[in-house]
Design a protein around this ligand. Structure first.
Ligand SMILES: [Zn+2]
Length: 208
C-alpha cells in the first residue's frame, strides 16, 4: 500500500520570493510575461489540487491515474478502488497525503474555483496580473447566523503562498506596490478586520 500512496502528489505553494520579485517588477512598471505566466500557472495547478482535495474530503476522490470518481464514507481503512484503471489506496493513506498542507479549500473554495475559470480566458499580462492580485488578496468567508454580514476568517493566500499564516499576512503587507495594486490590498485588510471585530464582540458578550 505504501508504494501506491507515494503516487499521490500535490502541487506546492508558491514561494514568497517569486511573488516578491513579481511585485517589485510590477511596481517599477516592468512587465515580465514569463514570470507572470509561471506564477499564474503555479496558482492554477495549486487551485486545481485544492478543489480535488476539498471534494475528496466530502466523499468524492478523483482517481489519480484516470480521474474517475471514487466515493467513500470517510473510514480510514476503507479501500478506494478505481473500477476504471484499478488504481487503489485506502482513505487513511489518501487523507495523510494532503493533511497539514493547506490544501483544503474551506470557506474560500469559490475563490479558487473562480481563478480556474477566469485564468484561461485572460489574454494580456495585465489581465493575468489582476487575477493573481485578486487571488492573493482573498479570504475565507464564514457566515455566522448571529453576526451581520459575512465574517472573513483567514487569508486565502495561506493556501497558495508558502509560510505560516502570520508570515504570509506580514509578507502581503510589506509587498511593494504600485498605485493600481493598492486598492485590492486595502479591501483585503478591511475584510480581515471583520474577524478581529467578531472576536472582540464575542468576548464582550461573554463578559456580560
Ligand atoms: Zn482510475
Amino acid at each position: 500500500m505504501s508504494s501506491k500512496s507515494e503516487m499521490i502528489r500535490w502541487s506546492p505553494r508558491v514561494s514568497q520570493q517569486k511573488i516578491l520579485l513579481l511585485y517589485e517588477k510590477d511596481a517599477k512598471g516592468i512587465i515580465d510575461e514569463e514570470l507572470i505566466d509561471d506564477i499564474a500557472f503555479s496558482f492554477f495547478v495549486r487551485c486545481q489540487d485544492i478543489i480535488t482535495v476539498t471534494d475528496a474530503s466530502l466523499g468524492r476522490v478523483k482517481c489519480i491515474r484516470c480521474g474517475n470518481l471514487i466515493f467513500h464514507k470517510g473510514k480510514k481503512e476503507e479501500i478506494l478502488g478505481c473500477k476504471n484503471c484499478l488504481w487503489e489506496t485506502n482513505w487513511g493513506t489518501y487523507l495523510k497525503s494532503y493533511q497539514k498542507k493547506q490544501l483544503h479549500g474551506g470557506g474560500a473554495l469559490d475563490v479558487f474555483k473562480n481563478f480556474i475559470v477566469k485564468l484561461p480566458k485572460a489574454r494580456t499580462p495585465e489581465e493575468k496580473m489582476i487575477l493573481i492580485d485578486q487571488l492573493i488578496h482573498e479570504a475565507h468567508q464564514w457566515t455566522d447566523a448571529k453576526s451581520q454580514g459575512p465574517v472573513f476568517t483567514r487569508p486565502a493566500a495561506v493556501n497558495i503562498i508558502k509560510g505560516k499564516m502570520k508570515e504570509v499576512m506580514l509578507f502581503l503587507d510589506q509587498l511593494s506596490r504600485s498605485k493600481k495594486r493598492k486598492k485590492s490590498h486595502d479591501i483585503w485588510k478591511k475584510k480581515l478586520l471583520t474577524w478581529d471585530n467578531y472576536v472582540k464582540e464575542h468576548e464582550k458578550k461573554e463578559k456580560k
